[in-house]
Each structure stands twice: as C-alpha cells, then as structure tokens.
Design a protein around this ligand. Structure first.
Ligand SMILES: C[S@@+](CC[C@H](N)C(=O)[O-])C[C@H]1O[C@@H](n2cnc3c(N)ncnc32)[C@H](O)[C@@H]1O
Length: 453
C-alpha cells in the first residue's frame, strides 16, 4: 500500500491533462506532477487522501521514448515551454488523446470528432510576451520569463522558440539601456525598486509592435534615450507605439495607475479574416494571431449560415461576434471587462458592422436582462468554464444550438455533462492547437437540443 512520504521508482503509464503523469503502484493510481509517459522516475508521495494519490519527481532515471533534445538552452528551467522536447506531431497526439479521455470520462459520447488543427506556426507564434525584471546570480539586472516553480527568479530568453527575433532585439536593447541607467528592479518581497515588466505585443498579421515598460513610480527614470534606442533598431516589424505604465500595486498582476504614451500611438492593429481589430496595451487578444484565424474559422463553420439572433457570451473584445456578424441578423456580446467592450464597440464601428450590440456585465446577471431568444449561443468562457448558475439559466433559455469554445478541456467536459443531462447532445468537436510546446489546447464543440438533431 502506498504511503505519504514513500520514495518509489515507477514507470509513467499515461500523461493526462495538464502535464500530469499517471503511474500504477500495487494497483493504486498515482498522479506524478510534470511527468511524461514512458519515463522511469524516482518519486516521493506528497499527498494521499482516499484514492487520490499525488507525487513529485525526485529524479528522471530513464527518458521517455518521446523525448528528444529541446532546441533551447533554457528548457526545463524556464516556465515558458513544457513540451519543447517532444516532436510536434506527438504533442498533437497527446493533446487529442487527453481531450478525448476527458470527454469519455464525463460520459460524452456519440459525437463526430474532427481531429486537431495544428498551429499554422509551430515556433514564433506568440504575439505577446510579458517579461519580468530580476537579477542574475552575480547581481546584474536581467529580463526574462519566470523560472519554473520559482516566484522571484527569471530565466534569460535568448534563443526562445515562442517569439520572433524582434521580441529578442527589443528585449536586448531595453535591457542594455536600463542596465546603464542603474535603476533597480522591483523586489516583490520588500516592494522596493522600479523596473517591473517589459510587455511586447507584435501583431502577427500586420507586424505592428507596441512596447510597454511597466515600472513603479519610485525613483527617476530617463526614458527619452530608451525611445531613441528602440526606434533605431533594425526590425522585421514596425514599432507603432512605446508606452510607460506606472504600477504601484503589490500584486503580481499588472495594475495600471497611469499610462503614458512616450512615442507613437497606444494600439496596434490585427487583421483577422478580413476584419480589423485594434489591440491596446492591456486588452485581451488571442496570443497566436494565425492560430486565431483557424480557431475562428472553425467557430464560423460550426455556427452555420442564415442565423437569426446570436449571443456571444464572454465576448472579450468582440472578435467572434464580429466574425459571425455577416451570417446573423443580430449579435449580442456580453463581457465583464468594460475596456474590452469599449474596444469591441470601436472595432465593430471600424469594420462597418451595425448589427452587433455589446453589453458590459456578468453573464450570470445579464442573461436575466435579455429579452431576445437566441437561435445560437456562442460561449468562450475563461478557464474555469461556465458558472453553474449561469449554465442553469442558459439551459432554461433553451437555445436550439450552442458553439462552446474552450481553452480548458476539464471544465469543458464538466459543462458538457450538464448540457447532456438537460436535453442537449454534443454533435461535433474539433481541437485547435493555439499553444505549441505547452499542455494547452482549444476545443470547439457544437451542441444541439436533442429534438433539433
Ligand atoms: C477566453 S476569453 C474570450 C475572448 C474572446 N472570445 C476573444 O476571442 O477575444 C474569456 C472572456 O470572458 C470574460 N469573463 C470572465 N468572466 C466573465 C463573466 N462572469 N461574465 C462575462 N465575461 C466574463 C473575460 O474577461 C474574458 O474576456
């Protein structure tokens, strides 16, 4: 019998979402965090509650046959990638299997599975990176990604596979300038210091770049030289704006106490499926621009033609609502972040779309206020999925069809089980890989009331 604290050698039999290995010890199922199927590992049992047993890896004794040399020196310590050491085809197989297992475990059956759509770009696919300032072991200012399982340390990003060279040229230039300015980085424990983050957005479809330096208001920073240095870079894309955000908040998440435009404008534009979207420093936009085109194409196909009233719930900046708009009489988007709705309205205007209405609010509350009956509901909730009470309300509205876009297959499976128990059937599912080298995957699901099939 497995006991908490025991140290064992096991072979990982399976990998389940997200990036958890499964081993069997004396018939008991042990979840081994960060393990990959095929590895032989020495583990320590960290938790045992009933049949729930968890372990951490102490040492990898034998690599998985899936593993190969990762094309990045920081792989393993940097928190950016998880599966960079697995061929892309195998990553797709792994994600597909994990989604299908989760759906099967939730009792979701009888649907058409349309496979997984690979990301159009397997490297340099990200359009946004948030780098953090820290220091190296010898105390020199550094700028990079958080190290795995470390709160304070950052890992350098030279050779990073997730972004193109423009990101790295901008990062190097900013770091070079700021090192010579002798301004300290912000210490999360003492709340002292100035430099917090460098956020770079580069529109994947237009090459427009927005650079945003995030600092506290402590200490004097002279930024004219930084602007000149960035503008003199020889980049593939074009810098359209350089911003300075003041954040004196104590939490890790970026809070905007003030936003100054140091040069140019405060947004970049993406062109997705023939529409233009303004993306500001902090607005949500899918992080893989070309992947987003694939994802939205699947949503558009699943939605079908000649639609009446469509609800786009959790609509963000209204990208899906606007893409669906030519196929619908009217689209109503609901989103909780006011700035996102502002951007959605502005973008719809820019795109000449007059049948989209955007509402700021919580889906749970706003569903009560809508008079219209939807012919189709599109849902793209956050990772936690649909709030159970919002799900009940939505089912009570009895939309004939829904298209559920999910970036978290665990909450998707949970919500689909509720639809299935309440007169709906899952008709078809397609996965879209928007996040190569990470455990994440998007799923698009068409759900229909049983009497409409
Ligand atoms: C995955 S994003 C969807 C983005 C959008 N479909 C797009 O592609 O641009 C989920 C969105 O749900 C919003 N959200 C989270 N909880 C919400 C709630 N209770 N009611 C309304 N919107 C919510 C978030 O602010 C976020 O913009």
């Amino acid at each position: 019998m497995v006991k908490k604290g025991s140290i064992l050698t096991v072979t990982i039999a399976d990998t389940v979402f997200p990036n958890k290995g499964v081993a069997y010890v004396d018939g008991e199922r042990v979840i081994v965090h960060d393990a990959l199927e095929g590895q032989t590992v020495r583990i320590k049992i960290t938790k045992k509650r009933g049949s729930k047993i968890e372990a951490k890896i102490l040492e990898v004794l034998e690599r998985s046959p899936l593993e190969q040399e990762a094309p990045c020196a920081q792989f393993g310590t940097c928190g950016g990638c998880t599966y960079l050491h697995i061929p892309y085809e195998s990553q797709l197989e792994l994600k597909t299997r994990q989604v299908l297992e989760l759906l099967a475990d939730a009792g979701i059956q009888g649907f058409e599975f349309l496979g997984i759509q690979p990301s159009p770009n397997v490297t340099a696919y990200r359009n946004k990176m948030e780098y953090t300032f820290g220091d190296t072991e010898d105390g020199i200012l550094s700028l990079g990604l958080h190290r795995k399982r470390m709160r304070y340390e950052v890992s350098p990003v030279a050779g990073c596979q997730l972004v193109d060279e423009d990101f790295l040229s901008i990062l190097d230039a900013a770091l070079d300038y700021l090192r010579s300015s002798n301004v300290p980085f912000y210490h999360k424990k003492s709340h002292q210091g100035v430099l917090r983050h460098l956020v770079i957005r580069k529109a994947g479809t237009t090459g427009e770049i927005l650079v945003n330096l995030v600092t506290t208001s402590q200490g004097g920073l002279e930024l004219a030289g930084l602007v000149q240095k960035l503008l003199s870079l020889d980049l593939m894309g074009t810098i359209k704006g350089i911003l300075h955000t003041i954040n004196d908040g104590k939490a890790d998440a970026i809070q905007v106490d003030a936003l100054h435009v140091l040069w140019g404008r405060d947004y970049i534009t993406e062109k997705i499926l023939g529409l233009t979207f303004r993306v500001t420093a902090f607005s949500f936009f899918q992080t893989n621009s070309h992947g987003a085109e694939k994802l939205f194409t699947v949503v558009r196909d699943f939605a079908g033609q000649d639609l009446g009233v469509v609800f786009d719930l959790y609509c963000g900046t209204g990208t899906i609502a606007q893409i669906i708009s030519p196929q619908a009489k009217k689209v109503i988007g609901i989103e909780i972040v006011p700035e996102a709705i502002e951007a959605a309205r502005k973008n719809a205007q820019l795109n000449g779309l007059d049948n989209c209405r955007f509402i700021v609010g919580d889906v749970l509350a706003e569903l009560d206020n809508l008079q219209e009956k939807p012919d189709l509901v599109i849902l793209d909730p956050p990772r936690s999925g649909i709030h159970p009470k919002a799900l009940d309300k939505l089912i009570a509205v009895r939309p004939p069809r829904l298209v559920y876009v999910s970036c978290q297959p665990v909450s998707l499976a949970r919500d689909l089980a509720v639809f299935s128990a309440n007169g709906y059937r899952v008709v078809k599912v397609r996965c879209v890989d928007m996040f190569p080298h990470t455990p994440h995957v998007e799923c698009v699901t068409l759900i229909s009331r049983v009497e409409n099939i």
